[in-house]
Design a protein around this ligand. Structure first.
Ligand code: MN
Length: 460
């Protein structure tokens, strides 16, 4: 069954506005394209809420801007149409049935086409997010490219610095699939053709942008798996690629071989301005957009949206990897305290001593960014950090429960790493199976249920 009524961002937003109006905030007053939108997102987040933000009038552009679509973990569950408790299982189920895209002759993305001399990126929203940023960035772009050897399509999020009418800078510092494609074609002295999709149905972004699988997997097929139906695509105008027929904005272009130009600094998910960049350059050869296109933006830095884009895919990846070897694993969290990248909390029903350490090894092996992995028993809510730390405080003794792996590979963007090398901490905060007599205080469930009903009347 399809989870997407229409395969586009605007259809998804219409659904949110109809069913969960509090989750979408329309801002009708004009906003500045420098810092103001980030300030709105951060301030609203600080108040404990994180609705999608729809800026109807943005300085310097005709395009309205939609940001913070991925601002909460709950939103990821909404996109998959499940309660938040079922998010990880739903994600793991949804990526298993790859289905090839369906080619259409035409589609709304071709409403407006500019190529060659008519390309002008300055018509688009040029948003400067943070004081430390080198300038305006496009932050919601999924770069699509084909493997030069196999033709398999890859998609991935990358920051895009606007450098001129038809010029972008980007960084492939994660050195994953797009990096590999570009390295191979550059060795032949050729450009890598790309398309940048800005504003598409979230399930397209899940499959083609966030999903991390083997390089042999065509990520448009994976997008189809998330959508539950073939992704509808049209041919690009200036490059040999296909893009979602109902995307809002698409940039066509090529990563220039043998050219590197300074890119950044850019406010990264770590909460620091990142000067690390591979300094790649993109020449833009075409701009496609829908009539009345919505321009999508991701609130960058360590705002909840940017880290949230790392959070759920990371949790799912560890959950899936651990489930295969330790069926007692219940939940995985990448908490915001670790920039949703460096800390991992795992709950499990332990059936033998030593399993918690196995879980820690497996998690650290699966995601090299992890620096701090804590395993707790299955009665502990890993999405409540205070509860995790309470388990560390009351069930763990450091001489047996903590170990450090020095000098291991880590994330390049971690400012405390040395040349990408980092120390890893594993913490087994599960209670011992034998000789553990401490009883956790509880209130019977029926008493809680009764009081919940009464409280509705007592507190208005
Ligand atoms: Mn990939």
């Amino acid at each position: 069954m399809s989870a997407a009524a229409t395969q586009d961002l605007r259809g998804f937003l219409r659904g949110i506005e109809e069913r969960n109006p509090a989750d979408l905030l329309r801002i009708r007053e004009p906003v500045s394209n420098r810092f103001e939108m980030t300030a709105v997102a951060l301030e609203i987040e600080r108040r404990g809420n994180s609705p999608i933000l729809w800026f109807e009038k943005v300085e310097g552009t005709e395009f309205p801007v939609v940001a913070n679509v991925y601002g909460t973990r709950k939103r990821f569950a909404q996109i998959l149409c499940v309660p938040e408790e079922e998010l990880l299982d739903a994600w793991v189920r949804r990526d298993r049935n790859p289905v090839p895209p369906k080619m259409l002759e035409s589609g709304p993305i071709l409403d407006s086409v500019q190529t060659g001399e008519d390309v002008d990126l300055s018509r688009l929203p040029l948003i400067t997010h943070f004081h430390e940023d080198a300038g305006p960035y496009f932050t919601a772009g999924v770069i699509v490219a084909k493997d030069p050897d196999t033709g398999v399509r890859n998609g991935s999020f990358h920051r895009l610095q606007v450098k001129g009418r038809d010029r972008l800078g980007t960084s492939l510092h994660s050195r994953r699939h797009l990096w590999s494609l570009q390295q191979r074609i550059e060795a032949r002295g050729e450009p890598l053709e790309i398309a940048v999709v800005i504003g598409a149905h979230p399930l397209f972004y899940f499959g083609a942008g966030l999903w991390k699988g083997p390089i042999q997997a065509d990520e448009y097929d994976v997008a189809g798996s998330f959508l539950g139906e073939p992704l509808e695509v049209v041919r690009c105008r200036t490059v040999d690629l296909e893009v979602p027929a109902r995307a809002e904005v698409v940039l066509e272009g090529r990563i220039v071989p043998g050219v590197r130009e300074p890119e950044g600094p850019f406010a990264e998910f770590t909460g620091y301005a990142s000067h690390a960049s591979t300094n790649h350059v993109i020449e833009v050869t075409g701009v496609l957009h829908r009539r009345d296109a919505l321009f999508q933006d991701v609130v960058s830095g360590n705002a909840a949206e940017h880290t949230g884009l790392l959070r759920v895919p990371g949790e799912c990846r560890i959950y899936q990897a651990l489930k295969g070897i330790l069926p007692g694993v219940r939940a995985v969290s990448y908490p915001p305290s670790g920039a949703c990248r460096f800390h991992c909390y795992i709950s499990m029903k332990k059936t033998a001593e030593g399993q918690a350490k196995s879980a820690i090894f497996a998690a650290m092996g699966e995601d090299l960014s992890l620096k701090w992995v804590v395993v707790v028993d299955d009665d502990v809510d890993v999405y409540n950090e205070e509860e995790v730390m309470w388990a560390v405080a009351t069930r763990m003794q450091a001489d047996r429960g903590v170990f450090v792996v020095p000098h291991a590979m880590g994330a390049i963007l971690d400012p405390s790493s040395r040349n990408g090398l980092t120390a890893k901490v594993g913490i087994d905060a599960t209670a011992p199976l034998d000789g553990w007599t401490a009883e956790r205080c509880t209130v019977p469930e029926d008493a809680l249920r009764m009081v919940r009903k009464k409280l509705k009347a007592w507190i208005r």
